[in-house]
Design a protein around this ligand. Structure first.
Ligand code: SF4
Length: 244
């Protein structure tokens, strides 16, 4: 791991800055969780527009539902250009299985229209050549695209360092003291992106999600068998361990 990673520190719970006693850094997190869940391999797929569509469909629904909506949309409209002129009711019909069909159909349409207005086409491959900050700003300027959606495109499609914060990442990061309790997801994303080295953002993102699904569940986390327990203020409090 890099020297940058070795210097990464983590704030204690409730702290507003990273100046508190470090507990677990990104290297340590990956070293402890990868043996349990496997080491995630970062393979960016390079299609930012498809990632944008998929991420919009995933807003406020489960991965399973958004995946089904995406597959149906792709089958009904094999080329994304078709969404520019399609009847909104047809788009809604294709994606309604994912929930919020009417809202997301309109959101997809206006997003794609804005891309065409800016670029003259739906080709956004130029994003790959931009520095991460510029690519992020360009994406976040699109209608319906917030920090999490932009981060998904940057990380999964473009291979740029970003750390999307979903419900699992948000919960586990707070429990571990990686971000202060009560910090909203947008600020938590900024905080995590400032303390996790770029090359570890993908594994940290994936491992925190896997951990949130398997052991660090929203209700009744399985702290007793957690490999992070000795570094986790929330887990130690849960189990009444000294020094928590
Ligand atoms: S010790 Fe408990 S609260 Fe802490 S990360 Fe593990 S499962 Fe989550």
């Amino acid at each position: 791991m890099s020297g940058e990673a070795a210097e990464t520190t983590v704030p204690a719970p409730g702290e507003a800055t990273g100046a508190a006693q470090p507990t677990l850094d990104a290297d340590g997190l990956v070293a402890r969780l990868a043996p349990l869940y496997g080491m995630p391999v970062w393979r960016p797929h390079g299609d930012p527009l498809t990632e944008l569509v998929l991420t919009v469909l995933s807003q406020n629904t489960s991965d399973a539902n958004s995946g089904r909506a995406f597959m149906r949309l792709r089958a009904r409209f094999p080329r994304w250009e078709e969404l520019l002129t399609a009847d909104l009711a047809d788009i809604e019909e294709a994606i309604k299985i994912g929930g919020l069909g009417r809202l997301k159909a309109a959101r997809l349409r206006s997003l794609l229209q804005e891309v065409v207005r800016r670029c003259g086409s739906l080709d956004v491959s130029f994003l790959r050549e931009l520095p991460v900050g510029e690519a992020r700003a360009w994406l976040e300027g699109l209608p319906g695209v917030g920090p999490k959606t932009a981060a998904c495109v940057l990380l999964f499609a473009l291979g740029k360092p970003a750390l999307p914060v979903d419900t699992h990442v948000h919960r586990v990061a707070q429990r571990l003291g990686l971000v202060p309790r009560g910090m909203d997801a947008v600020r938590a994303q900024r905080r995590l992106e400032s303390i996790v080295p770029p090359e570890l953002m993908y594994p940290v993102h994936v491992l925190l999600i896997r951990h949130g699904r398997r052991l660090c569940r929203a209700q009744r986390p399985l702290c007793q068998g957690c490999p992070l327990l000795d570094a986790c203020p929330h887990g130690k409090r849960q189990l009444g361990l000294a020094g928590a």
